[in-house]
Design a protein. Structure first.
Length: 279
């Protein structure tokens, strides 16, 4: 590889990724010289391509769908938060090995608390979906001591197992969508991918009230199905996950380069680039 430190994002598909734009801005903002590019990598290719990237001198990778669970296996060492999540979204060269981290939860918490000014402590939270995305955010959210984190999923056994795995960190409950109930939540987080294809989990209208903030981990140029659903029902705020994307990227950058970039300019640039679609 080139003498410039090499970074990138592995995913399938990956051409839509905003990560190259984000990390290029971070590099300019912090005066770092590096190269960052997207790599289209299938599930079958993933272990070999990761090994090849680091063997050739690569310094770090972001890992996106569908590889976050597989990335646990290619790492030689895991951070505590990656081990707890059993999912990895950041790989870093460390000595002769590869360190696996998960910055998703830290990125989400920073966006919710610092950027959006939300209070999570003693609030009722509902997370839709029981996959790798939910695993990555549960521990940091529970660290803020909410009154309850309910995980709802089409397959209730997955939701129950996930809630049980994190029950030592706070009040958790796993249910099927039909057992969410009619008491409104303070924060509803969509961690399913259905929203991008225009689908919505079967949520009871009573789960959302005028004080409810709705946050979709997904983002697109137009409002996702979940954001549209939430706005139509008169929630307090309905937001896409662009802030989380930028904040988790900043946390990855800090792991790789030892400096955490400011995120405001990147957020402004992305909003301008999208013509306000992410506002």
């Amino acid at each position: 590889m080139s003498t410039v430190d090499q970074y990138g994002v592995f995913g399938h598909p990956v051409q839509h990724s905003l990560s190259p734009f984000i990390h290029a801005m971070f590099a300019r903002e912090t005066g770092q010289e590096l190269a960052y590019r997207p790599y289209e990598v299938t599930a079958q290719q993933f272990p070999e391509r990761v090994a090849e990237f680091f063997a050739q001198g690569g310094k770090g990778l972001n890992i996106t769908l569908p590889h976050k669970i597989a990335a646990v296996e290619v790492a030689h060492e895991l951070t505590a938060r990656a081990a707890h999540a059993a999912a990895v979204n950041t790989l870093a060269a460390k000595g002769d090995g590869i360190l696996g981290d998960n910055t998703d939860g830290a990125g989400l918490v920073r966006d919710l608390c610092d950027n959006l000014g939300l209070v999570i402590t003693r609030r009722r939270l509902l997370i839709l979906g029981a996959g790798g995305a939910t695993r990555g955010i549960l521990a940091p959210l529970l660290g803020l001591e909410p009154a309850l984190v309910m995980v709802a999923n089409r397959t209730p056994e997955r939701a129950e197992a996930l809630a049980a795995a994190f029950a030592d960190l706070g009040a958790t409950q796993g249910v099927a969508f039909e057992f969410i109930g009619e008491q409104p939540f303070d924060l509803i987080i969509n961690a399913t991918s259905a929203s991008l294809s225009g689908e919505m989990p079967p949520l009871p209208d009573g789960a959302l009230g005028p004080q409810t903030v709705c946050y979709d981990l997904a983002y697109g140029r137009n409002a996702t199905a979940f954001v549209r659903w939430a706005k139509e029902r008169g929630c307090a705020r309905a937001l896409q996950g662009l802030g989380m994307l930028v904040e988790q990227a900043a946390e990855s950058f800090r792991l790789w380069r030892g400096v955490r970039p400011a995120t405001t300019r990147v957020m402004d640039a992305l909003r301008e680039r999208a013509g306000g679609a992410y506002a």
